[in-house]
Design a protein around this ligand. Sequence first.
Ligand code: PEP
Ligand code: MN
Length: 361
Amino acid sequence: MPGAAYPDIIPVDQWLTLYEGLLIIAGPCSVESRQQLELTARGLADTKKISVFRAGIWKPRSRPGRFEGVGAEAFSWLTDIREETGMPVAVEVARPNHVELCLKHGIDIIWLGARTSVNPFLVQEIANACRGTNIPVMIKNPISPDLRLWVGAIERMAQSGIKKLIAIHRGFQSHPKSMYRNRPHWDIPAALKKEIPGIPIVCDPSHIAGNRQLIPEVAAKALAMRMNGLMVETHFAPETAKTDPEQQITPERLNDILEELLRPEPLMGKLLDLDALRTLIDEKDHQLLEMLADRMSLSELIGELKKEQQTGIRQPDRKKDILADRQQKGTELGLSKVFIKKVFSLLHEESVIIQRKKMAP
Ligand code: PEP
Ligand code: MN
């Protein structure tokens, strides 16, 4: 029965050490060598802010022929890192045999990636492989913006008896292209929190941003949304990374970002609902900007076509039709007719300007 297995989740502060109340997960996108792991892990351990060291050893790549991870060879490197630094180590699993190997080699935490949580068959097979163990599991949101799939993946793990669960919000694939590599859709993790109140939700600003520059902004928004922590891809020499080089940062940079976010007192403590609402408004406005840019690029195409066909720019009926249609649709959505008329008159005028430029000889 859907929803019957809402998990009996063990509070995360009972099994992991938090920093200022936050769960900070960091480490490279993928393991490349023992030395890369050691240099990165030592830098992270020095910050004294890290709850979990993450590293991918089997990498899901969109296209074949790219670096697919070092595989099982990395297990002893990872457990040595845990012995040396005290940080528990986490690895991504995408197959039942990955789970078996992680259990056999003493990996502390496993996680399901976004390309796995999207597939209920695979999630169920992985959940079956976890049955009877008490391995902690982190579940990334599926690549598509579908809350039910994410909840379903968590439920499947819970039904297998897993009680140490963490949800990771890594954004959602979108078309057309967005300023983010993966759109945050902040309302989805907020809805997950309502659906499964006991689940800690950690934001992964690295995969949302897709570039280093945007990481602090996304991380700040995540804290404004009262997320329980951050997962940040970290590499001692990010530009040399074999996977996701644009979005990885050094341990020192992560330390600076965390200090900034948590100054002068823990941000989490002084948050108002206003911050969360403003985060949601910011995202909607960014989406509006992306859609405006998209719409205006269609006006350019229309300008080119009209030039080719030598048609006039102004077609009076078109403006009338647009306004009538948008006012009708807008009122159905609860928007005022006057507001819709203002907005779409402006859009239409801007389209005409763009077309005129294209048609200029
Ligand atoms: C990763 O964390 O390196 C990864 C592959 O992430 P995702 O599943 O979110 O794409
Ligand atoms: Mn990655």
